[in-house]
Design a protein around this ligand. Structure first.
Ligand SMILES: [Cu+2]
Length: 466
């Protein structure tokens, strides 16, 4: 069924991505509703800089999107089954993790913990029904620094049939690349940086392009879905030249919309904005990152046509996701202390260990993706409520991500917490925060820092719900 919004977004995306992606988006759901989408992971090259193609890229393609460019936006619907067959055409094992989706543990995509490696030439069938609508993303959970650093990170959108009507929707995959002046990959990390904030990329992109420009209806309301898929960089987002309100964070609608003002998000996090385009044809709004010493424009939006004269206040609230409310009166508290690890000697590991231990959770540095032989860091009973007392005595910020469950930040000694449910909490230095949840999804769930160098040098663990 072609609704107005469907037509608008199809047309806009077709314009924005020069044709192919628009078709992919509209047919993507048809594929999802019936036969499995084939999601191929493959090596390739892509134009990231002006200096000619970057070799050694890794990307995803579907049967309707590709070849070789930005991983497609995967679209599914809340409450409707989705199926994708991963076809591994890389030269190394991989898996797919569906970041933020509360689905069965066997579909979570963590090698050895929830599924075997998918070796080159092999496949794996992922099938699940997303319970929540919102903006999510997908990426490997094996040799992650290299695989994600080379491109394997795509945005995933779960639609709700009751979503309000926007005049356009634009999805941005925000990430950096570690490229040299010749446009080719340089070393993904430096050990001394891994022990600090992480090693930053050298080329910043939105949808694999440097400051791309998108057209949107003048005076219209745009749903801007942003996903921070970089392995290192924490962003502080602003919009200049247009009003922008935050309508959802990490896939969940905010209780009260608020204007975007230097919102800080870390790797793994998502923001949905309602962008009210300028009324004047040709006027430009700019999304930027103002964190750190080198503020950067990320993307621009150009008003086209006669003003639709819409108001942000016209927008109805998004429906909340069906997440169980923790019972604080009966909750069990579990302490988690993030720390630097004293053990800095190189360590062998499978699945892309970086060879160092710099970090730990509760003094256990766990550098690999495999849980064997390490026991779970905590065990929770299915259906019970818990409060995680998380402390960060380190001098770095850590985007702490929990698989398979959603928590509600309760209170912090360092900041006013955003009280909505989330899967990733950006914990500041010297912060103590309480995260409340219902352990209603059985399985072994990874709990790790999403600065991938921190994850892969020790700041990883897993929790068992049984
Ligand atoms: Cu970290």
């Amino acid at each position: 069924m072609l609704t107005r919004r469907r037509l608008m977004t199809g047309a806009l995306v077709a314009g924005a991505y020069a044709g192919g992606m628009g078709l992919a988006r509209r047919f993507g759901r048809a594929a999802a509703a019936g036969a499995a989408t084939v999601l191929t992971a493959r090596p390739g090259e892509a134009s990231i800089t002006d200096g000619g193609p970057t070799r050694g890229i890794m990307t995803y393609e579907t049967d309707t999107a590709g070849p070789g460019g930005l991983p497609p936006v995967l679209r599914m619907r809340r409450g409707e089954p989705f199926a994708a067959r991963l076809d591994n055409r890389l030269d190394e094992p991989t898996t797919v993790h569906w970041h933020g989706l509360r689905i069965a543990n066997a579909m979570d995509g963590v090698p050895f913990l929830t599924q075997p490696y998918v070796y080159p030439g092999d496949g794996f069938d992922y099938r699940f029904t997303p319970p929540d609508a919102g903006t999510f993303w997908y990426h490997p959970h094996c040799n992650t620094l290299d695989q994600m650093g080379r491109g394997l990170a795509g945005v995933l959108v779960v639609e709700d049939p009751a979503d309000p009507v926007f005049d356009a929707e634009i999805v941005l995959n925000l990430r950096d690349w570690r490229l040299g002046g010749d446009g080719q990959f340089i070393a993904q990390f430096r050990p001394r940086d891994a022990a600090r904030a992480g090693t930053f990329g050298t080329v910043r992109t939105a949808n694999w392009r440097r400051v791309p420009q998108y057209d949107a209806p003048a005076g219209g309301l745009v749903r801007l879905r942003l996903a921070a898929t970089d392995v290192t960089r924490i962003l502080q987002l602003v919009v200049a030249g247009a009003a922008a309100e935050v309508i959802a964070l990490d896939g969940n609608p905010v209780a009260t919309r608020f204007p975007l003002d230097r919102l800080m998000i870390g790797p793994g996090q998502r923001v949905d904005l309602c962008l009210r385009m300028p009324d004047t044809e040709g006027a430009i709004a700019t999304l930027g990152d103002v964190r750190g010493t080198k503020p950067a424009d990320l993307a621009t939006f150009r008003a086209v046509g006669t003003s639709l004269r819409r108001a942000v206040s016209d927008l109805p609230a998004l429906a909340a996701n069906p997440i169980a409310e923790p019972d604080l009166s009966a909750a069990t508290e579990i302490p988690f202390v993030l720390s630097a690890s004293a053990e800095e000697r190189p360590k062998d590991g499978i699945c892309g260990s970086l060879g160092y231990n710099f970090w730990a959770i509760n003094r256990v540095p766990w550098a690999d993706d495999t849980g064997d032989p390490t026991a779970p860091l905590a065990e929770m009973k299915t259906g019970r409520s818990y409060v995680f007392n998380v402390e960060n005595p380190t001098p770095q910020i850590h985007p702490l991500h929990l698989h398979g469950l959603a928590f509600r930040p309760m209170n912090s000694n360092r900041q006013a917490v955003r009280p909505g449910f989330s899967d990733t909490y950006l914990i500041l230095p010297d912060e103590k925060v309480q995260l409340a949840l219902v352990a209603d999804n059985p399985g072994d769930w990874v709990f790790h820092c999403h600065i991938i160098e921190h994850q892969k040098t020790g700041m990883t663990s897993y929790l068992r719900v049984a």
